[in-house]
Design a protein around this ligand. Structure first.
Ligand SMILES: Cc1ncc(C[n+]2csc(CCOP(=O)(O)OP(=O)(O)O)c2C)c(N)n1
Ligand SMILES: [Mg+2]
Length: 549
């Protein structure tokens, strides 16, 4: 059997069924071998787009995506997307063609392992013909069981050689890590004594199983329920949901999180975003952290103690014991009066603001609220990076933890459109809203052709301030020249029409009427909204963000 066929067989036998990429000579055969074994191949127009599509897809399916790349420039083009995936612990196997070991002078030669390691991804390689199948299986298992972004180098000579097929692999995933009983007891003790407990659930809690156990435990100790931005939507529908903790927290959420006497982070790193550099944590709050990775405990904020274990298993074990002690419901932080306050004041859109729309430009808050009302609730919001990013994150609601795709671990501009496309491929049952700045939109625009070619009915909303607004608002107040970060108006609607999208330029809420028509007509291609937004001041979360630079 050809090694490319054997590699494709073992990967599909292990469960891989979707591969994103840009095909060149070095990954042509392995990509076709995957397709021959039933995998779906999605052709992107730029390798960075392919990487972000794979990243978005894997976040929403919680399964490893495959990314197929040509040797050399195919890999370097993909590096920003790969770095975002690696920093987000996205399960991803990159099939990275590589020159043969003997091809010392090949112009495609780069040090794939060194470059991969430098981004935080995990290097792997088909080391030899005899072990190629083992090498590929190990890469897939590492991605799946440890949520790693693994870059598997495929040397051309090994790819082309003949190997024997060892038979189908064991496709069972590793069992989740149970917590140690003593640590469980410590957390039971802390929560039994708590009068104002708050949970902050993060990326490691993004599953239906963990969601159910955390809500049961929340009832048993009377906790209020918040998430990091990466897990937005996890507690949607629960009356004690505070939504996101951190820079995007509403004033009421921030007040309540600050008042916690016991704060438990569940699969959440408690980084500077989630805690506003620690200022969201009250001075007398006892902080506890639950994480599968021992090294994550206390890495960003000091904690009283940690519990090492799977979030769902830990929450279930703690809930079982607490229910025995306290019964299924304890008031804790919860009261009828607080329920009323949450109902009318926890959402950002309930916080009054002065609408700065002036007929020529629309206030980004009014734009976001109008879209929130107009677009179906069964949605996924995918957000690019920039000054604008808080508006969709704070004003567009999402239905659950699979309703938000937030590729911000590397804070790169330009990944939003492609991660939205990956999300749309993962969840064709949901309307995907890609929220972009004009800078990020133009950086990643080649994938507009992919969205049209794949007939994806997405809404692409561009918060267009004709600038790198983040830089304008960071440096403007100090009087620096801003010529390098401002641009003349670009007709993004015309550009989008050129790609085959519907498009509309929006300066007021009334201009959104064509979006309603597009929704009603169920068009089989995206609509791009070029929203000319007011940009008179920097966003409040941005000021927070720049404190970390
Ligand atoms: C790849 C990359 N290049 C540069 C930056 C620095 N940067 C951060 S925000 C930003 C502006 C992005 O502009 P836009 O997408 O229009 O969003 P806005 O800030 O205007 O809302 C830039 C250039 C970055 N984060 N990533
Ligand atoms: Mg901009």
């Amino acid at each position: 059997m050809k090694v490319t066929d054997a590699v494709a067989s073992v990967l599909t036998d292990l469960g891989a069924d979707t591969v994103f990429g840009v095909v060149g000579s070095g990954n042509f055969h392995v990509t076709n071998a995957l397709i021959a074994r039933g995998a779906r191949y999605v052709a992107a127009r730029h390798e960075c787009g392919a990487a972000s599509m794979a990243d978005g897809w894997a976040r929403l399916t919680a399964r490893p995506a495959l990314l197929s790349l040509h040797q050399g420039p195919g890999i370097t083009n993909a590096l920003t997307g790969i770095t975002e995936a690696a920093k987000s612990r996205t399960p991803l196997v990159v099939l990275a063609a590589d020159v043969s070991a003997s091809a010392l002078t090949s112009n495609f030669r780069i040090d794939v392992a060194a470059m991969t390691a430098a981004t935080g991804a995990t290097p792997a390689r088909l080391h030899s013909t005899a072990f190629a199948v083992d090498d590929a299986a190990r890469a897939y298992r590492l991605a799946r069981d440890e949520r790693r972004t693994v870059v598997l180098a495929l040397p051309l000579d090994v790819q082309a050689s003949e190997c024997s097929w060892p038979g189908p692999p064991d496709a069972r995933p590793a069992a989740p890590l149970p917590p140690r009983p003593l640590q469980v007891a410590e957390l039971v003790h802390a929560l039994a004594a708590a009068s104002r407990p708050v949970f902050i659930a993060g990326r490691g809690a993004r599953s239906w199983a963990a969601r159910a156990e955390l809500q049961r435990l929340g009832d048993a100790c009377g906790a209020l329920l918040a998430t990091s931005a990466a897990a937005k939507g996890l507690f949607r529908g629960n009356p004690w949901d505070l939504d996101v903790s951190g820079g995007f927290a509403s004033p009421l959420a921030a007040e309540l999180i600050g008042g916690a006497d016991v704060l438990v982070a569940w699969g959440c790193s408690l980084n500077m975003w989630t805690t506003r550099h620690g200022s969201l944590i009250g001075p007398d709050s006892m902080v506890v952290q639950v994480d599968v990775d021992e090294r994550a405990i206390g890495a960003h904020r000091p904690v009283k103690f940690g519990v090492v274990g799977d979030v769902g298993l830990t929450a279930a074990a703690v809930a079982d014991q607490l229910v025995e002690l306290n019964g299924e419901h304890t008031a804790g932080y919860r009261s009828a009066e607080l329920a009323d306050r949450l109902k009318v004041g926890i959402r950002w859109r309930d916080v009054p603001f002065d609408d700065a729309s002036d007929g020529d430009r629309i206030d980004p808050r009014s734009l976001s609220i109008a879209l929130d009302d107009m677009l179906p609730g069964d949605r996924i919001v995918a957000v690019d990076s920039g000054n604008f990013m808080g508006y969709p994150s704070m004003f567009l609601s999402v239905p659950d933890q699979d309703g938000f795709c937030f590729t911000q671990a590397y804070q790169s501009v330009g990944l939003g459109l492609a991660s939205a496309i990956g999300s749309a491929i993962a969840r064709p049952d949901r309307l995907v809203i890609a929220a972009l700045g004009d800078g990020g939109a133009l950086m990643g625009i080649s994938e507009l052709e992919t969205a049209v070619r794949l007939a994806l009915p997405m809404v692409i909303v561009v918060y267009d301030d004709e600038a790198y607004g983040a830089e304008v608002h960071h440096f403007g107040p100090d009087g620096y020249p801003l010529d390098t970060v401002r641009f003349p108006a670009a007709d993004l609607a015309a550009i989008a029409r050129g790609y085959g999208c519907d498009a509309v330029t929006v300066r007021s809420v009334a201009d959104l009427a064509p979006v309603r028509e597009w929704l009603d007509a169920r068009r089989p291609h995206p609509i791009l909204i070029d929203a000319r937004v007011v940009s008179d001041r920097g966003s409040w979360w941005l000021e927070e963000a720049f404190r970390g630079h």
